[in-house]
Design a protein around this ligand. Sequence first.
Ligand SMILES: [Zn+2]
Length: 500
Amino acid sequence: MPEKLFISTSIPYVNAAPHIGHALEFVQGDVLARYYREKGFDVFFLTGTDENSLKNVLAAEKRGIDVKVHVKENSDIFEKLTKVLDISNDDFIRTTEERHIAGAQKLWNACDKAGDIYKKKYEGLYCVGCESFYTEKDLVNGLCPEHQTKPEVVKEENYFLKLGKYQDKLKKLIENDELKITPASRKNETLEFINKGLEDLSISRSQARAHGWGIPVPGDSSQVEYVWFDALSNYINVIGYANDEKRFQDWWVNNKRKIHLVGKGIARFHTVYWPIMLLSAGLPLPSEIIVHGYFTINGQKISKSIGNVIDPFSVVKKYGVDPTRYFLLREIPSGKDGDFSYERLEARYNGDLANNLGNLVSRVAKLIETNLEGELIFNPEFLDKEAEKRIEAAKQKYEKAVEEFQLHTALSHIWELLDYANVYIDGKKPWVDAKESPEKFLKTITTSTTIILESAKLLKPFLPETFEKIYKTFGFEPGVGAKEDKIIISEIKPLFPKLQ
Ligand SMILES: [Zn+2]
């Protein structure tokens, strides 16, 4: 039985349509899912939408439509984006689904049974944008650090989850990487936060303040579950927490590899609150929380008021799915912040994709087509030893980079290999050898073809469509009959036609 690996993205709020930042998280998660599938893991890759937020109610009220209609419309757009970006998710969960509601309530009951939920009167500063209470010390100049808006004073009776009770246990689990937080800077940040002392978390809202929208608290219909308490449980609800014990045991309880990929703005919910909810319910924790950064547009924060929100659908439409994926994965350092600009995108397209990769593939394919009647019998003795070493070294560095969530670095290792191949061919001048020295020609072509095919394999999780196209060019297609030892050139089309 192959080892299981569960990986999720966060589930975005559907109060508005997706922007390019959502595309980043989708493709990053997709690379990890596809990478581990290639490594032989039985992968379950999850994404979905968070629909019980007050933000959705407010957005629907503004539009003058029913909340259910509003969330369904927007959820459909997010799901469509996963298809447009070629995301290989195995499920798409919506938090308004019955399977989720049942799980969110079961988790509540489990924490309650452990004696960790109590009711008290509360007054606090609330940011609706974050759906989160803040203390004065969390604010920057009195404003929410995420939204730069003034939080409202909220006074009501809520249920609370005892966080302090699990503080030391959580700290140990994070310190010894039983709950691994990547990158390490986020681990340190989390430990600092825990060391300041955890205040109990408000986990319900009055029906009135929630505008009647949300998952009712079991046994108290005057309250709904706090949207984060409800939303976080999606990760286990999708694999049968409430309704399929066997599946839940297989995918969560007995599975060692469970990864959540999240943006830095919601790291704390995943590194502190969610693990404590699980500890309280007596359930195992995820194995790793990977935190990615944000990006700016031409150096400016993405914001509706600046009007620089980029629609991911239009980017894919203009440049294609793989160039969009490539740019996001190569240009934005995975664990850090980066910048998006069309100028940089086009430079990456014309340079890395059209020149370094696309031209290399057509050049070598054309040499085989012109000089070998389109067929290369693969003889491993013709493979250059230096090139072989470089391929092996690149593979190792690539794997290390992906597993440390340095996706941009992993890509740079593939391009080092492609650059090497380009320089190698220029130096060997196979177009001269083709006539004068056939054996030398075969060596050069065997080596270049090997580098291309090996690079394509490494590219597969990042640019699945490009991988297919490259393999197809060299005759690896069901029905064509190419084997590993014989390459048959099929139609040669430019992989990335140059942008003007
Ligand atoms: Zn906020």
